[in-house]
Design a protein around this ligand. Structure first.
Ligand code: ADP
Length: 494
């Protein structure tokens, strides 16, 4: 990524049609926003003027930036890390989408109501039904939008909490996040969008009660002011911010985090500073299968494709396909609070990340038979082999799984066999900025802050008390697009 704002020049959104008009000042209770007048007193670099500044070049930010350029806006994409991608880069599972052509081809009947109900139930009936329904109803459009740019998620899979096969992945078995980030980076390149990296947005600027731009710190530690009529906050969560974790969920401080170091909650903090409200801020998801020495995430797909979980006594202890919070809680009840994810070659062959992220980095035991695997894991070998063979025999005879697993009952029979040492890790912030279904950021009175929009993990309300695997990738794309649409409509009112 180039660090060059000159590369960001676009067709101007304001060519005639959207000439700005003076608007009555809207006051936001309790906030003391910086204005350009006070900024002028400081020695800041002028970074130029834009229709829309998108803050954060993860999945939501790139969806917003690409679609904003396509809508004719002059866009600037700012990213504080040296490279774009954010946590989206590490998303393993897929994108939950209902009513797709791929489901139809497989004879799967799904619906907005069913996906809405699954998401709400999976989130312990805590999510905002309006936001959930909006995400589900617009999921297929987002999938088709990605597909129209060659980012094709056509392979259907099973994921926890979904009533039907609904998670969509790349045909190649590649991890979904990296696939999307690669594809969206190419779309950015084709449109001349370069994320301006190593540039951290510190605060939002207001003028006459409206968003007027951002102040950022550039790679030379200089302060840069970017003027913008609208700002889309897509800064992700705060899963790597110990102070915020300690504030909201102190018991999680000991857990490893799957979050990239840039996930510091900046967007929440700088939006709160101008009066934005938050929702469900203490709802932080732990993911049940995180490799413990490197905090590498072992995708839900692995269990979805057939992996089982084995404790240090060599036995299964949970239905592996329950929601993430329940599986995590069950793991924490086991000796040493860590367990093993065990699977066979058919699962490994279906997921290229096993070889790349685990085998190649020596984070995985790979053995020719179950006895050797049990030994390598350091569990009682006889008990372990019995656990796996009983599991296999039950599948073969059609006997009900004693732990209640009803899906992805694939026997572990194809050598070699694999085991990865895992435990729960801090994964996803389900709470965040309070938004409405139009992706407008709301203040404590429930009023939209003019010119401020947000999408992705920085927002709260969809996932409630537990996020279903596959819903984050859905959220970033649906709401990255939604933030763009509302921001573009807002520009037309100016
Ligand atoms: P989402 O899944 O919601 O898109 P990601 O974690 O993938 O979230 O992306 C968020 C991006 O925002 C990350 O690349 C992160 O480094 C970036 N970011 C976070 N805070 C700032 C900030 N203050 N200024 C610029 N970029 C930021």
């Amino acid at each position: 990524m180039l660090n060059n704002t000159d590369k960001i020049s676009r067709r101007s959104f304001l060519s005639g049609a959207f000439a700005s008009t003076a608007l009555a000042a809207l006051s936001l209770a309790g906030c003391a926003p910086r204005s350009f007048e006070s900024e002028a007193e400081r020695n800041v670099i002028d970074g130029g003027s834009y229709d829309i500044v998108v803050v954060g070049a993860g999945g939501a930010g790139m969806a917003a930036a690409v679609s904003s350029v396509d809508a004719g806006a002059k866009v600037l994409l700012l990213e504080k890390m040296p490279v774009a991608g954010g946590n989206t880069c590490f998303a393993e599972g897929g994108m939950n989408v209902c009513c797709t052509k791929y489901q139809a081809q497989s004879g799967i009947e799904d619906g907005v109501d069913l996906m809405t109900a699954d998401t709400y139930k999976g989130g312990h009936n805590k999510g905002n039904l309006e936001l959930i329904r909006h995400m589900c109803a617009n999921s297929n459009d987002a999938l088709e939008w990605l597909g129209s740019m060659g980012i094709v998620l056509s392979k259907l899979g099973t994921s926890g909490g979904a009533s039907v096969k609904r998670i969509h992945r790349p045909e190649t078995g590649e991890a979904v996040g990296r696939y999307i980030v690669k594809g969206m980076s190419e779309q950015c390149r084709q449109r001349g969008i370069s994320a301006v990296c190593n540039t951290k947005v510190e605060e939002l600027l207001m003028e006459d009660g409206r968003i007027a731009g951002v102040v950022a710190t550039d790679p030379n530690n200089m302060t840069v002011r970017y003027r913008a009529k609208a700002v889309i906050v897509a800064t992700g969560g705060f899963g790597a911010n110990n102070e915020m974790l300690a504030q909201y969920r102190p018991e999680l401080l000991d857990a490893v985090t799957t979050n990239q170091p840039g996930s510091q909650g900046d967007g929440i903090l700088f939006s709160q500073a101008i009066g934005a409200d938050t929702v469900d801020i203490g709802e932080i998801q732990v993911h049940p299968t995180v490799e413990q020495t490197t905090a590498t995430l072992l995708s839900e797909n692995i269990r979805g494709d057939g992996a089982i979980l084995i404790n240090h006594d060599g036995v299964r202890f949970t239905n592996e396909l329950l929601t993430r919070d329940v599986v995590s809680a069950n793991e924490w009840k086991q000796p040493d609070r860590t367990v093993w994810a065990v699977f066979d070659s058919s699962v490994a062959e279906n997921n290229t990340s096993i070889e790349e992220k685990f085998v190649a980095r020596d984070l995985c035991k790979v053995e020719k038979d179950l006895e050797s695997l049990g030994k390598a894991m350091g569990v009682p070998v006889e008990d372990f082999v019995k656990s796996v063979t009983t599991y296999n025999d039950n599948i073969a005879s059609g006997t009900e799984d004693p732990l209640g697993r009803t899906k992805s009952l694939n026997p572990l029979v194809k050598a070699p066999f694999y085991a990865i040492h895992v435990a729960p890790g801090v994964h996803h912030c389900m709470g965040g900025l309070r938004v409405n279904a139009e992706a407008e950021v709301l203040d404590a009175n429930g009023d939209a802050i003019p010119g401020l929009f947000a999408a992705g993990e920085v927002t709260g309300g969809i996932h409630g008390g537990n996020r279903l695997g596959g819903n984050a990738v859905c959220d970033i794309n649906v709401n990255g697009l939604q933030a763009q649409k509302t921001a573009v409509a807002y520009l037309k009112t100016l």
